[in-house]
Design a protein around this ligand. Structure first.
Ligand SMILES: O=C(O)CCC(=O)C(=O)O
Ligand SMILES: [Fe+2]
Length: 302
């Protein structure tokens, strides 16, 4: 891989976060980017995702990981989640692998290399009372206990203007700096499996423990802009009360230094991630979170 692949155009350099933006991210735990995707690119995300939903795949996973999110039409008009779309669908991957996205993430996380960790295609049907459209409060590191890094982050990429009435992503401002209390193994389970009132209570108790109020910010995201959040920033989202589907991808990102670590749970088992069922092994036998097939490099400052 040559360094040339990771060059930005002069126009793209203008789209990087400023020093003030990087400081904002460090303080608040989230950052709304400039317009990183063109209208052609967001149009293509819509088209490619419709082909994906109709069954188009360029390859499929070699094994079914234990906690794979994988909507198919038999599931009906619920919120759709599909993992590993950057692996299975080249049309989506082409846009997700735009170096500019990695360069923005590298600046925010203050690292010199960014790899894809996961990508989840998300669709909230325009049904105001649909319970599965509600995303309860969580932070992403809860699901990534087997990852060594504390600098991982997520780019939330809507394919269109995403206002509050569509159930846009909502940030709990500054919560990445909270000290956690009452954390137990149940947080390692995906939020879809967990009790919602329990999660709301966890948020309130954590805020009280830190002597702060819960400040919720639904981020109005204009088309082509991305919202980045730190892996310890609490977030969730509400109903889609608009007349249009809310279409997005959550692009989960890891820094170059991230690798598998053993993280023992209270029942004596080790925390796992879906990658552990599909990625190659490192020389010392651990799942390799730098396997280029599943975790391609998005940006490297060399
Ligand atoms: O779809 C949403 O509103 C939330 C997605 C999410 O949890 C994430 O991007 O990490
Ligand atoms: Fe999340």
């Amino acid at each position: 891989m040559t360094a040339l692949e990771f060059r930005l155009s002069e126009e793209e350099v203008e789209l990087l976060p400023s020093d003030e933006d990087v400081a904002f991210y460090a303080e608040h735990g989230w950052y709304l980017s400039k317009k990183l995707l063109t209208d052609d690119e967001t149009d293509e995300l819509v088209n490619a995702s419709e082909r994906y939903y109709a069954g188009e795949r360029d390859r499929t996973l070699p094994a079914a990981p234990p906690k794979l999110a994988y909507w198919d039409p038999s599931k009906g008009d619920v919120q759709r989640h599909n993992d590993y779309v950057h692996y299975e669908h080249d049309g989506l991957a082409k846009i997700l692998r735009k170096p500019l996205i990695g360069a923005v993430a590298a600046r925010l996380a203050r690292v010199d290399e960014i790899r894809i960790f996961q990508s989840t295609l998300i669709y909230k049907p325009p049904i105001s009372g649909e319970p599965s459209n509600i995303v309860p409060w969580h932070f992403d590191k809860h699901y990534w206990s087997s990852s060594s890094s504390e600098r991982m982050l997520t780019a939330f990429i809507p394919f269109h203007d995403c206002p509050p009435e569509m159930g846009t992503i909502t940030m709990v401002d500054g919560s990445h700096r909270w000290q956690e209390i009452g954390s137990d193994d149940t947080v390692v389970r995906h939020f879809a499996e967990r009790d919602r009132s329990q999660l709301d209570q966890m948020l309130t108790e954590n805020a009280e423990h830190n002597g702060v109020e819960v400040v919720k910010i639904p981020v109005t995201i204009p088309r082509g802009h991305l919202n980045f959040h730190h892996c310890r920033t609490y977030h969730g989202s509400g109903a889609n009360v608009s007349d249009r589907p809310r279409r997005a991808i959550s692009l989960h990102l890891q820094d170059g230094g991230n690798s598998y670590r053993e993280f023992p749970l209270s029942d004596g088992t080790l925390a796992a991630y879906n990658h552990d069922a599909v990625v190659r092994r490192t020389p010392d036998g651990r799942p390799d979170y730098a396997d280029p097939d599943f975790c391609p490099t998005l940006w490297a400052d060399r």
